[in-house]
Design a protein. Sequence first.
Length: 201
Amino acid sequence: MKIILILLSCLFFISCGKNYTPTQKEYIASIEKSRKEKDEFMKNDPSSPFRRDTTAHFAPLKYFDIDPDLVFTSPLHENDRKDTIIVLGTKGEERKSIKYGYLRWNFRGKEFTIHVYKNFSRRGEEYYSIWLTDKTTGKETYNVGRYLDFEFHPDKNFIYTIDFNTAYNPWCSYSGEYSCAIPTKDDYLDIAVEAGEKKFH
């Protein structure tokens, strides 16, 4: 009976994706390192929301287990018509944002898309954003939604990486001093994205 249980546990270990390749192990180590560095920043950096808001109390950020299968690639599909839309902030303010394009990938036999928005800072500097909600939103993850970093590349054939293990909470999830963009209904992914950062509180 003991031998059978050991064999079953081994099979479960492999089926759960724990039998990683050397490349996957290296990737997991890099994500773990970046998470430790982020905790260090949040705890000690003067520009951290926990240092700027003395009522916000730091605790190590919470994450899903790292899953190499939740990393995808896609070119940026630019919208022919780049509409300017209004995106609400968590303090009720309106923000203008350009619906620039989208990324597309397949997972478990289903096609998904996520929108890329072009924005401008108060100094007029352009930057790009990806916001998302999914079936974990308001449950395991922050009820407003989560973000992914996106760095625009001028090469139209450039292939972008969509890494949900790096999905993170906006700063308004840690402190009420901040306002953050609320993902629109078009930014919902009809799947439980069990990767990246979980709820802080």
